[in-house]
Design a protein around this ligand. Structure first.
Ligand code: NAG
Length: 167
């Protein structure tokens, strides 16, 4: 009994020390926040006819800048608005961290547009002067296989020439 208590006290002390050290070195928790949308016009940006993709999977990975070794890997699933939030512990300042698309929940909106960027770089450090604990990643998109019929009109309204017109 006494031994158990002693062990418990030791564990408590160790936990306390490590959280203190973590605090001192800026090893706090950060949230990586981002969005996955369905690119219904196959243009690689959000329009009024694009929408957030629910229940879709993304993965955050960090790699050592020099050796390329994987230092962190975590997955998240988007909510009904297409947003995800990933909690990350520790400081990954010296690493390259990126969110990538893994899986779309909609088979009809699951293609990867050729030439588009399918990952978003994020800086996971508390030392860059950004006080709030959320880091926003650029929105990522899965594209529909066929563009919607409305797209030409939608893009014209945005002042963008639809692909296939002009030039
Ligand atoms: C990255 O890898 C190099 C070479 O293996 C190592 O010396 C260095 O400590 C690593 N950096 C971090 C931040 O882990």
């Amino acid at each position: 009994m006494a031994r158990t208590l002693e062990a418990a006290a030791l564990v408590a002390t160790a936990l306390c020390l490590s959280s203190l050290l973590g605090f001192a070195y800026g090893h706090e928790k950060l949230d990586v926040v981002g969005k996955v949308f369905c690119d219904t016009c196959r243009v690689d940006f959000e329009t009024k006819v694009s929408y957030g993709l629910a229940d879709s999977k993304v993965r955050l990975e960090c790699h050592n800048r020099t050796s390329g070794a994987l230092t962190l890997s975590a997955e998240a699933v988007t909510d009904k608005t297409g947003e995800y939030r990933l909690e990350v512990e520790g400081d990954h300042e010296e690493e390259i961290c990126e969110v990538q698309l893994i899986e779309s929940s909609e088979p009809e909106c699951s293609s990867l547009l050729e030439g588009a960027v399918h990952n978003a770089r994020v800086a996971l450090t508390n030392k860059n002067g950004v006080a709030q604990p959320a880091r926003f990643a650029n929105a990522l998109a899965f594209a529909k296989k066929e563009t919607l019929a409305d797209c030409a009109q939608v893009l014209l309204e945005m002042g963008v020439l639809p692909p296939g017109l002009g030039q």
